[in-house]
Design a protein around this ligand. Structure first.
Ligand code: NAG
Length: 363
């Protein structure tokens, strides 16, 4: 072992100690239940869920109130109507709700013309035997069950964003291994002739630097993912998002996928996730977190372990997770960005925002 690498080890150890000691430590909620936890500083959403659950409503109802509060003023422009236009300039909605007592799930994906994502998801859960409805047929169902619509989900802001993107030749975008690489479509498969051996084709994203995290950041790629434990100790989770900006029409991310963006089991705990959903949904990180806690793992370690498993395969992915166990102990973990999650419990006067920094990799 050279002195150099020993030095590196010591430096890294120091950093790890520093990071984990400073912020994002596991926090026990003193007054216990009810409890509301949400991704990001979505204060109004957490307050709305809190008012509902604190006045005696169920965890499921509180999740709906909380996520709805986020859909109306469009928390950060990426939840609810008027944000995240797709390649055609259209906004669509993904949402999911899960009852951690019965393990029932309701979800809508790529829903058009209806802004109430979480309410539509609850209708699927409570008034059908299904788990997920998609696209225009989800909209028809939601409207037939009484939700307002058809509604124009575009806003001046989303319209302008999309026009500017078209002007900059549709860059960046989510295509790969297609021609043209630096312009708008129509796209076609890369020609074998122009690239020689098919096996030599490299994976590349059109117009993007594949070495780093691309256009994923808080303002174009986040989701509200919320967990509520009610006074009975029952747990529910819900998510709502309008997905990735300039996504390919028809794309469904992690938001409406139970086990990916959120998961709940009253016997173990709950989890919420946000970030690069296209990657995260391949790992079902929230299912893993809840199952780890069921086996006795502390929330902090469960969240870190789920993030680390993704990072080993995708070192450049951007994502974050919060975990809360059935006793109300919560923690977060993240990769590629600094994460914040919000909590409201009986021993707090108002919502408290916790900051989590990425951990250094284990040496
Ligand atoms: C929807 O709203 C956007 C933004 O306000 C507007 O530009 C667009 O024309 C509207 N579409 C329809 C079909 O009314």
């Amino acid at each position: 072992m050279s002195t150099n690498s020993d030095g590196l080890r010591i430096a890294l150890f120091f950093l790890v100690t520093l990071c984990s000691g400073a912020v994002g430590d596991e926090i026990r909620s003193g007054g216990k239940f009810p409890l509301v936890v949400s991704t990001w500083p979505f204060l109004e959403a957490v307050r709305a869920a809190w008012r509902s659950v604190d006045s005696g409503f169920s965890a499921v109802d509180a999740v709906v109130e909380g996520c709805s509060a986020c859909e109306e003023p469009r928390c950060d422009g990426t939840v609810g109507p008027g944000g995240s236009p797709d390649e055609n300039g259209e906004t669509t909605i993904d949402a999911m709700i899960m009852n951690g007592v019965t393990m029932e799930v309701g979800a809508v994906a790529a829903m058009r013309y209806v802004s109430d994502g979480i309410r539509a998801a609850r209708l699927v859960m409570q008034h059908t035997e299904h788990t997920m409805l998609v696209g225009e047929q989800a909209s028809i169902f939601a409207i037939s069950m009484g939700l307002p619509g058809p509604t124009n989900l575009s806003s001046e802001e989303s319209r302008e964003k999309w026009i500017n993107w078209k002007k900059s030749k549709c860059q960046p975008n989510f295509r790969k291994n297609v021609m043209p690489i630096d312009d708008c479509g129509p796209y076609s498969l890369e020609s074998i002739l122009s690239f020689g051996e098919r096996t030599c084709l490299s994976t590349k994203r059109a117009g993007l630097d594949q070495s780093g995290p691309y256009h994923v950041d808080r303002h174009n790629h986040d989701t509200i993912s919320m967990a509520v434990i009610d006074k009975m100790g029952h747990i529910a989770v819900g998510t709502s998002t309008n997905g990735a900006t300039f996504k390919i029409p028809g794309r469904v991310g992690d938001g409406p996928i139970a086990g990916s963006s959120a998961y709940a089991d009253t016997e173990a705990g709950a989890c919420g996730a946000t970030g690069d959903g296209d990657i995260m949904m391949r790992f079902l990180p929230c299912y893993q977190v809840v199952e780890s806690m069921r086996l006795g793992m502390e929330p902090k370690l469960a969240a870190q372990d789920a993030i680390a498993r993704i990072a080993r395969k995708y070192p450049n992915f951007v994502g974050a997770i919060f975990a809360v166990n059935k006793n109300g102990i919560h923690a977060g973990a993240c990769h590629g960005w600094t994460f914040q999650y919000s909590v409201r419990s009986p021993d707090m006067d108002d919502v408290v925002v916790y900051t989590v920094v990425p951990e250094m990799p284990t040496v």
